[in-house]
Design a protein around this ligand. Structure first.
Ligand code: KG4
Ligand code: ZN
Length: 365
């Protein structure tokens, strides 16, 4: 529908420079440039390298997105950007770029939360989110269970990891197994040829007195590393596929068990799974299975929309515009530890004020 908001979203919280364009809940473009190869030899994302790569990729990626969507920047109803959480220097590149485009074009600016964006992106695939939605967010930086009565204004944390994030555990185990970085995709692939029941690795925080919705993966990581070391010390081969499958099973067993339990406890009939680890094939299969048995409808975006991208930011921005949420002020700053409850960083003015303030003669054309 032509009257749905046309929004461009910019994501630079980690190592992907993402620029997406959506109209309402329809995806028009999803342009991405990744610096992942530049970090691979360090075994993790190097913040300074990521910031520099964002700076170089920013303008070409915006132009690619506009071309792909076949729209003119002048027709946009708003510019959304990840204001946090994430790497401070990396976020700053996106926020500065978004401000420059918004100001030059005379468009309202929306600084939005990266985690709420990971949830909202599913609107592009499965239509409007039910309210409330239960969301399991699992990425390299976060593992949280969130109850979202309103994705633009009300996201409540039910539980989170007390140590490593789920994706971080995949990355660390991949390093121990010398499989390269990032670890998730390669472990996922190798695990398909392994036996998930070969080794009984521990399920963290699943005891009767443990916090029902919190996660812990550091004990699992240590247990897997010790198991591998013991094999190596004994001069035996490490059955990489079985280790990958058994480790992965321990992670996804806990994630899905706790997420389905949260749905039941809170009386929510939908579960959304997002973040990079939601691309995991075993997580998707086990979640589908357990949700079906519990009468919960599962929503997981396709893998390309689960990992960091600009479309997710545009999706949340469009929702902000549709619900007439206040735009951000021009002094919007990046907040590396923006709390999950801050779905966006509203300013004091109405969205239309921005347009009047800059005036009809925009600086862009
Ligand atoms: O959401 P994302 O792209 O960036 C963050 O915000 O962290 O997530 C990246 C994380 C990495 O830790 C990566 O290993 C993990 O997601 N990941 C996977 C898979 N694909 C990516 N983990 C398990 N299985 C996968 N197929
Ligand atoms: Zn992310």
């Amino acid at each position: 529908m032509a009257d749905e908001p046309l929004v461009l979203g910019i994501e630079t919280s980690c190592d992907e420079t993402g620029v997406g364009i959506v109209r309402g809940t329809t995806l028009l473009a999803d342009a991405i440039a990744s610096s992942v190869d530049e970090h691979a030899r360090f075994g993790g994302v190097v913040p300074e390298v990521a910031s520099r790569a964002h700076l170089e990729a920013m303008v070409p990626t915006v132009e690619r997105a506009l071309k792909e969507a076949g729209v003119s920047a002048r027709d946009l109803d708003g510019i959304a950007v990840t204001a946090g959480p994430g790497l401070a220097g990396a976020l700053l590149v996106g926020v500065s770029a978004a401000k420059a485009y918004a100001y030059a074009l005379g468009k309202p600016l929306y600084g939005v939360n990266h985690l709420a964006s990971h949830i909202c992106v599913d609107q592009l695939e499965h239509g409007p989110l039910p309210e409330p939605t239960m969301a399991l967010l699992v990425s390299g930086g976060h593992s949280s269970l969130l109850l979202a009565p309103d994705i633009t204004a009300d996201v409540r944390p039910l539980g989170a990891t007390i140590d490593d994030a789920a994706g971080e555990a995949f990355d660390k185990i991949a390093r121990v197994l010398q499989l390269g970085f990032p670890g998730g995709p390669v472990i996922d692939r190798l695990a398909r040829e392994g036996d998930p029941a070969a080794i009984a690795f521990p399920r963290g925080l699943t005891g009767p007195r443990d916090a029902p919705y919190d996660f812990s993966f550091s004990g699992l990581k240590t247990s897997v590393a010790r198991w591998i070391e013991a094999r190596r010390a004994a001069g035996e081969d490490v059955p990489v596929r079985d280790v990958a499958a058994s480790f992965q099973e321990a992670v996804v067993d806990v994630l899905t068990r706790k997420a389905v339990r949260a749905c039941k406890d809170e009386g929510v009939d939908h579960l959304m799974i997002g973040g990079g680890v939601a691309a995991n094939s075993r997580l998707r299969a086990l979640a589908a299975d357990r949700c079906e048995r519990a009468g919960v409808r599962l929503r997981v975006p396709r893998p390309g929309l689960c990992t960091d991208n600009g479309a997710m930011v545009a999706a949340l921005g469009a929702e902000m515009v549709a619900r007439n949420r206040p735009a951000s002020d021009w002094d919007l700053s990046a907040d590396s530890s923006l709390p999950v409850t801050a779905t966006h960083v509203p300013g004091h003015r109405h969205p239309h004020d921005h347009v009047h303030e800059v005036g009809k003669e925009n600086l862009y054309s």
